[in-house]
Write a protein that binds this ligand. Structure first.
Ligand SMILES: Cc1ncc(COP(=O)(O)O)c(C=O)c1O
Length: 398
């Protein structure tokens, strides 16, 4: 538990709170509920990867690796970047294995962002992006995706850029709303970054989890973006290993070198035996990724149905494994109140939508559900969500 500690607190963490997600998770455990609040995928790690990690532990691969990661893994990542992302890169100067993609984000922020800079976030955003940025004390500006399809207003985006804009943060596919940014949006972001000489930090951790024919596009492949984009991705979501803390950053040599200095200072390196383990994932067949997306598609359908039946209007995600829903049709005026009733009355944890917006009013009537769960948990969640109308009536009477 965090205690208030104002006397010794550094300005850089002032006002930063433990997220709503952690609080909901704790409460969910207390009521033995189904946790659709937190984005932990509880599927097993592929056997070949576990076997390779065990072999690395047994083989005493236990010393620090180079700060940028073991050579074989960087080469494998460069191969994947060329094949999947259409972004050929040099494994020796442009690829860095990081302590989760979060480690890459921290390295980018500490390397390039300082007080006085403006950084542009797209709401709804991933909370860690916002809070890690806040520790570097830039001025945060935001544009909000609006409507049922989370559309980006290009004029609003243009107006949010200024001569002080140092970076824009893009997350595609997006947590929390599942938007997969298409070429039209990314082209405008690219044009504005070039015009204002700004960096782009793109978090592409959900790049393999796509629905309804949506395709992943890396911003760095757009004209002019190669030398100003830090592409972050990782293994947590694709191989169900959020606790292994392995990710990577791809950037032009001069950017990667600066981030390397920081990553070395903060983390020294990503866990060495696990780097050897995850290398085996690169031999998984294409069907692994197809099955992954197909499984999440079935899970998405279960939760979309459950929401619809309970009067929650789901905003259909195009990728990743979260969905946001509007709560007004279920008789609530506030997502927080809906989350409270869902948890206390139905045993299902969700996260209030307001947590994901720079202006909380923008997400006031929304909540977010994560469907990266086992099918039987999702079945329990579906039963719980079905009880929402009764639970609301009960709460209103109490
Ligand atoms: C958008 C996004 N980026 C990064 C992460 C964390 O990734 P990693 O485990 O690689 O640090 C998450 C986890 O929920 C996420 O949703």
């Amino acid at each position: 538990m965090l205690r208030p500690m104002t006397r010794f607190e550094a300005a850089r963490i002032r006002g930063i709170q433990q997220s709503d997600i952690r609080k909901q998770s704790r409460r969910c455990a207390e009521v033995s509920g189904v946790n659709l609040g937190q984005g932990i995928c509880d599927q097993p790690v592929p056997d070949v990867v576990k076997a390779a990690a065990k072999a690395a532990v047994d083989g005493d691969e236990s010393i620090y690796s180079k700060y940028e990661g073991i050579d074989a893994l960087r080469r494998a990542i460069a191969g994947k970047m060329a094949d999947y992302n259409g972004l050929p890169c040099d494994p020796d100067t442009e690829v860095m294995v990081t302590a989760g993609s979060t480690g890459g984000f921290v390295a980018a922020v500490l390397s390039f962002i300082e007080p006085g800079d403006e950084v542009l976030l797209i709401s709804p955003f991933y909370g860690y992006h916002m809070n890690i940025l806040r520790m570097a004390q830039p001025t945060l500006r935001s544009v909000t995706l609006r409507g049922d399809d989370f559309a980006l207003d290009h004029d609003e985006l243009r107006a949010a850029f200024s001569p002080r804009t140092k970076a824009v943060v893009v997350n595609t596919p997006s947590n929390p709303c599942g938007k997969v940014f298409g070429r039209d949006d990314l082209a405008v972001i690219a044009e504005l970054c070039c015009e204002h000489d700004a960096l782009a930090i793109t978090d592409e951790i959900y790049e393999y989890i796509l629905y309804d024919g949506h395709r992943h596009l890396s911003l760095a492949t757009l004209p002019g973006m190669r030398e100003r984009t830090i592409t972050l991705s990782g293994f947590s979501k694709t191989y169900n290993m959020t606790g292994w803390r392995l990710g990577y950053a791809v950037a032009a040599p001069e950017l990667a070198a600066r981030m390397g200095v920081v990553s070395d200072l903060v983390y020294i390196c990503a866990p060495t035996p696990l780097q050897h383990g995850v290398l085996a994932a690169f031999d998984l067949p294409a069907s692994y990724y197809e099955d992954l997306a197909r499984d999440y598609d079935r899970k998405r359908a279960m939760i979309l149905d459950a929401c619809g039946a309970a009067g929650l209007r789901p905003l259909v995600p195009q990728g990743a494994y979260y969905l946001m829903a509007d709560v007004t049709g279920a008789g609530f005026t506030d997502g927080r109140e809906a989350c409270e009733t869902l948890l206390e009355g139905c045993g299902v944890a969700a996260v209030p939508g307001a947590s994901f917006y720079v202006d909380p009013a923008d997400g006031k009537t929304q909540l977010r559900l994560c469907f990266a769960k086992q099918f039987d948990d999702l079945e329990r969640a579906r039963e719980g969500i079905a009880r929402l109308p009764d639970a609301r009536r009960g709460a209103a009477r109490a």
